[in-house]
Design a protein. Structure first.
Ligand SMILES: *Cc1c(COP(=O)(O)O)cnc(C)c1O
Length: 381
């Protein structure tokens, strides 16, 4: 089940370090928020929000998660190929041609409407084995899933589909981080729809609704299982739902100085010559850029950590180069470690700080880190 810490490929100059002990500790804190009867499905889609799906899956399972949630079939197969045999729910669409693969790998698909359920049932029948599935109800998200008003009619269709093994029913909240009253109303609609389906014979053993925000703030949404994602990684669902103290971010994004040089006054830096040394300055070059997810614009307030100090980015961020002003860090030299996201000494650049610069949120910052960057998995279990 467990593996030793990974190592970086030779020649790596920009990489992520993932503290798996932080993820395990965050998971245990989330488990502590729910009653003992509530199970936890760790959401590890998008390569565990950029943290590395395989290592994260092993961590969360070792720390007490009972199931894993991913978006696509490819993500689920990666976990199965790594020997992970825990229950896996596919949250997003899987084409019916892939049903035999899903059955063969003991995966649970999500059913969104009667037509898709029927095609999946037929595909399962052709294999001679039942397909595990859960029904997704749209109680207000307005994305995939059957509208709660259509749930009774959906159940009447599902009742005939004997090749589907329905394990549960779930819904998803668009605003659990901002509007508890509205979310409570969504929960009420969901539970009413489930009751109507049960009256028509549905046998769901597991009901679930809570993402991180609802897991943290709305115990009435915990039901049989919670589905936290962002909080596992020590990141808050939004400014209005800060994480309780004790949660720790797991990810640090690092690079290193590859050249240091003194610029004479008047020398410009980078494409478009947007920055010019007003007086003699010392600069350093970093082998990281927008191809890695270090977005180019807006870059006015960009800075990095070097020798425990903040160094401003100067000039435009290039595809795989970034330049910083180290005039105030005279000891800076080639090979120095630089932190783009995370802590260095007492200084910290959080995912939220980067998100503010990108005009986005912490979710997009971490999932936007290029898959080509090696992940150094630390404290694996
Ligand atoms: C991504 C996702 C989650 C996790 O959401 P967080 O806000 O990251 O906790 C839960 N449920 C579903 C259906 C999701 O797609």
């Amino acid at each position: 089940m467990c593996e030793s810490a990974s190592t970086l490929p030779p020649g790596t100059t920009t990489w992520l370090e993932i503290d798996q002990s932080a993820i395990r500790s965050n998971l245990r804190m989330l488990r502590g928020l729910t009653g003992p009867q509530t199970r936890l499905m760790a959401i590890i889609k998008a390569d565990a929000y950029g943290h590395g799906a395989r290592a994260t899956a092993r961590s969360v399972l070792a720390a007490g998660a009972q199931a894993l949630g991913v978006a696509s079939l490819g993500e689920a197969l990666e976990l199965r190929e790594a020997g992970i045999d825990a229950p896996i729910l596919l949250l997003s669409y899987v084409p019916p041609q892939a049903v035999p693969t899903a059955i063969g790998h003991n995966l649970t698909l999500t059913l969104f409407d009667a037509a898709q359920a029927r095609v999946c049932d037929q595909a399962a029948r052709a294999t001679g084995r039942r397909l595990k599935a859960q029904v997704k109800l749209d109680s207000g998200m307005g994305r995939m899933g059957a509208l709660v008003g259509d749930a009774p009619a959906l159940q009447e269709q599902l009742a005939d589909l004997s090749w589907l093994q329905l394990e549960g029913c779930y819904t998803h909240f668009p605003q659990a981080d901002e509007d508890c009253a509205w979310t409570r109303e969504q929960l009420r609609r969901f539970l009413a729809a489930v009751a109507a389906m049960r009256q028509r014979g549905a046998q769901f053993s597991t009901l679930h609704s809570a993402n991180s925000a609802a897991t943290l703030t709305m115990p009435e949404c915990h039901l049989d299982l919670v589905r936290p994602g962002i909080a596992l990684y020590g990141l808050s669902p939004s400014d209005t739902v800060p994480l309780p103290s004790g949660f720790r971010p797991a990810l640090t994004w690092k690079t290193q100085v590859v050249q240091v040089k003194d610029l004479p006054a008047g020398h410009s830096v980078g494409y478009g010559r947007t920055w010019t040394a007003a007086s003699a300055a010392r600069m350093a070059v970093l082998p990281v850029g927008y191809e890695h997810g270090y977005r180019r614009a807006p870059h006015e307030s960009a800075s990095v950590l070097l020798r425990g100090q903040v160094a401003p980015v100067i000039g435009r961020i290039s595809m795989e180069k970034t330049t910083i002003d180290v005039s105030l860090i005279p000891g800076a030299r080639v090979g120095d470690e630089v932190v783009l996201l995370g802590r260095q000494g007492k200084a910290c650049i959080s995912a939220e700080i980067l998100a503010a610069r990108f005009g986005s949120n912490n979710y997009e910052v971490v999932t936007g880190l290029s898959a080509r960057m090696p992940r150094l998995q630390l404290s694996t279990c």
